[in-house]
Design a protein around this ligand. Structure first.
Ligand code: GRF
Length: 203
């Protein structure tokens, strides 16, 4: 079985990248991480990726024109033969042109049950809003921030004594389970996109 080459873009810790890498190390997993690219040279996830034996690259975004940054990014992804791109804690908004270069081939993981709590500080906002269910979403990327056809979601309870940290940890455990699952469906060619709805065909 030829594994689908995936590029993972990170800006920080990289724990979702690590969860995907661990899943992908199984011989029967249908995707492999071809490269991990950070837009910040000091992203801790780069060391994690290197320790896992993955190829890493840094494409700095700071102080550069968006077009130049994205042209570099695209060149690095192509150089590694990437066919599917995962935004895993990648804190940089991509232009419609970049997104159009990966039609239904660009995936984001977001720490809320979209369409609630787009953007940053989702756990603090969920606590402030008093919701009883919170969670995470894996979705295909569209030009609007944190919007696009939903591949998978997982919900967790919000407990009375939760802090941002306890809630974030409960959500993160679900992220680590959900992202490899959604990438598997894409790699197996089982995903059909109809407008905002995604159907995942049985194997
Ligand atoms: C995750 O919560 C992800 O949903 C969000 O950014 C965080 C990244 O964490 N987009 P990590 O870098 O994968 O550990």
């Amino acid at each position: 079985m030829a594994k689908l080459p995936v590029g993972v873009l990170i800006s920080g810790r990289g724990s979702n990248m690590e969860a995907l890498a661990r899943a992908a190390s199984a011989p029967d997993y249908p995707a492999r991480i071809a490269v991990v690219i950070a837009n910040k040279p000091d992203a801790p996830g780069l060391a994690t990726a290197a320790a896992l034996g993955l190829s890493t690259e840094t494409v700095p975004s700071k102080g550069r024109a968006r077009e130049a940054f994205e042209a570099d990014l695209l060149a690095r992804l192509h150089a590694h033969g990437v066919q599917l791109v995962i935004l895993a804690g990648f804190l940089r908004v991509l232009t419609p042109a970049f997104i159009a270069a990966w039609p239904d081939r660009l995936v984001n993981i977001h720490p809320s049950l979209l369409p609630s709590f787009r953007g940053l500080h989702t756990h603090a906002r969920a606590l402030a809003a008093g919701v009883k269910l919170h969670g995470c979403t894996v979705h295909l990327v569209r030009p609007e921030l944190d919007e696009g056809p939903i591949l998978a979601q997982a919900a967790v309870p919000v407990l009375d004594d939760d802090t941002q940290a306890t809630l974030a940890a409960r959500v993160l455990a679900e992220e680590h389970r959900l992202l490899p699952e959604a990438v598997r469906w894409l790699a197996e060619g089982r995903v059909r996109v109809e407008g905002m709805r995604v159907r995942t065909l049985p194997l």
